[in-house]
Design a protein around this ligand. Structure first.
Ligand SMILES: Nc1ncnc2c1ncn2[C@@H]1O[C@H](COP(=O)(O)OP(=O)(O)OP(=O)(O)O)[C@@H](O)[C@H]1O
Ligand SMILES: [Mg+2]
Length: 517
């Protein structure tokens, strides 16, 4: 039987081999290439017909250097985490934020789908088997990868637009979920800078609990600020279109304890930004100030607290005011003038000048990094140089003031879970309206239970007493001031009378003398 088969196959194999040899020896080279191309074209068509998909692979480890995790892979992992946790059956958990939270991603050999502009794509997580013949200290032989699979007809959409979208979204998620930092600038003993890890700032994890919900202020003003911040954070393209660096300046001013620092923390928490708390008196000169600016990252708030205490800007302002009265110079001239004067005036602590600070806020360097807020706080806005806080430089001025009834309601809700209507509220409203010089910090202190025996009522009663005392004190103070004013007026009047008498006597003398003459 077997022999029969071989007998029949033998001539056929011989014929094939003969034809192949003839083809190899006598067929022209070009013609052979042409035939191969035709073959490939039809094979491709056949494959395309039955399998019209293509894929892109993103490996976990970079093959160059020290086999670091590829940034693209990590970003895609972040992007896919949302779909992974809802679609995949087996998940992997990676630690994030120094172990404080986890990022869930699909485990190896899982797959999920995603949709972009109506086009469905498939993401597959996989791993190439390790090469057991090589011994490796690293994991480079475990080739883990994501495979993106899509229909060939969507090639342009996926490669030109979807991939960019995935990377942008992944980056945004990483930024949002990153552990945010609060940085401060360092100063060495000898006045020089300690570079920690090559940086001029040292940072700790930023964990301030203040939010716009916990911030007591007029709800309308609050909403206006929130809208302003949210619009800013989404306006990258708009700022580019109008040719402005993507940054915004805020001036927060008001008496101590009215919530300026709390608002900065709330802003950072709303936008998920880092904070660079700049201690201006520790900055040696304008060059160092510029270096500090360059060393900050985007998505951050640069804060200079109590700006009126940071530099002697008041003296410069007074001098400039005088000059402005003399001749109506434009602002550039005034700044040039300050450049000359500024250095001399701050020799003792820091040589940073007003012009250096203005440059810091809106000079060419200030555009580096983008998406940045610059915030100044002060208790005495009238002390500041107008050039420093003019609109365009400090775009929004926010006054934080004494506690009104609306602000009190926010604090009562936050501290005691008490809402209107409440039996004590009308009296508190009356007291706050009659004597509006109690700060939110003072109200908050009274609202906070001091022992487990205290409840909302006892705290509100304590607040009423404190407000009554404050009202009484304010009344006494006003009376005292009134008396002091009256005494001063009296003194002035007596002085005038005395002077007038002196003049009269003199005049009389002249007259008399005249009469004599
Ligand atoms: N508007 C507010 N809303 C909620 N809490 C506030 C407010 N103002 C003050 N507080 C409370 O008072 C404390 C002090 O407030 P904060 O440090 O924000 O005031 P500040 O205006 O920065 O004062 P300073 O001018 O002295 O720096 C805060 O910890 C907070 O508990
Ligand atoms: Mg403060």
């Amino acid at each position: 039987m077997m022999q029969d088969v071989w007998t029949q196959l033998g001539p056929t194999i011989a014929a094939i081999m003969f034809t192949w040899t003839m083809y190899q020896n006598y067929f022209p080279h070009e013609l052979r290439g042409h035939i191969r191309n035709i073959n490939r074209k039809y094979t491709d068509k056949l494959v395309n017909y039955f399998y019209p998909y293509m894929h892109i692979t993103f490996y976990e480890l970079e093959t160059e250097g020290w086999f670091k995790r590829s940034k693209a892979y990590v970003t895609i992992e972040r992007y896919l985490s949302k779909n992974s946790s809802t679609q995949a059956n087996r998940l992997k958990a990676n630690a994030a934020k120094n172990g404080q939270s986890v990022v869930l991603t699909m485990d190896d050999h899982e797959e999920i789908t995603d949709e972009y502009k109506g086009v469905k794509v498939r993401w597959i997580s996989s791993q190439k088997p390790a090469n057991r013949q090589t011994i490796s200290l690293y994991r480079e032989d475990e080739k883990r990868y994501f495979k993106l699979q899509f229909h060939k007809k969507n090639r342009d959409l996926i490669t030109n637009s979807y991939l960019k979208y995935v990377l942008d979204e992944g980056k945004a998620i990483s930024m949002k979920e990153r552990q945010r930092k609060l940085y401060t600038n360092n100063k060495g003993d000898g006045g020089g800078y300690r570079y920690r890890g090559g940086r001029m700032w040292s940072g700790v994890v930023f964990e301030h609990p203040s939010t716009f919900d916990t911030l007591a202020m007029d709800p309308k003003k609050k909403q206006e600020i929130i809208d302003d911040l949210e619009t800013f954070s989404k306006s990258k393209d708009y700022y580019a279109k109008i040719g402005k660096a993507w940054k915004r300046g805020f001036l927060l001013y008001g008496p101590p304890g009215t919530g300026k620092s709390s608002m900065i923390a709330a802003m950072a928490n709303l936008l998920k930004y880092d904070i660079y708390d700049l201690e201006l008196t520790s900055v040696k000169d304008n060059t160092k100030l510029r270096k500090l600016l360059i060393d900050t990252t985007g998505k951050s708030i640069i804060v200079i607290e109590d700006i009126d205490c940071s530099l002697e800007l008041t003296g410069q302002r007074e001098k400039n005011k005088k000059k402005k009265e003399d001749k109506d110079k434009n602002e550039e001239d005034a700044v040039k003038e300050k450049m000359k004067k500024g250095g001399e005036e701050k020799e003792k602590q820091s040589e940073v000048t007003l012009s250096g600070l203005l440059n810091f806020i809106d000079g060419l360097w200030s555009a580096i990094g983008g998406e940045r807020l610059i915030i100044f706080t002060t208790n005495y806005v009238e002390k500041l140089d107008p050039a420093l806080i003019r609109r365009g430089r400090m775009d929004k001025h926010i006054v934080l003031s004494y506690c009104c009834f609306e602000s009190f309601k926010v604090l009562a809700h936050n501290y005691l879970d008490v809402v209107e209507p409440h039996v004590h509220f009308p009296e508190i409203r009356r007291l706050l309206e009659e004597n509006n010089n109690t700060t939110p910090a003072e109200i908050a202190e009274n609202l906070m239970p001091k022992s487990s025996k205290e409840n909302a009522d006892t705290c509100l009663e304590r607040l009423i007493k404190a407000l009554e005392i404050a009202k009484e004190e304010a009344k006494l103070k006003a009376e005292e001031e009134e008396r002091a004013k009256a005494a001063e007026k009296d003194r002035e009047e007596k002085k005038d009378v005395k002077n007038a008498d002196g003049v009269n006597e003199k005049d009389n003398g002249v007259k008399e003398n005249g009469d004599v003459i």
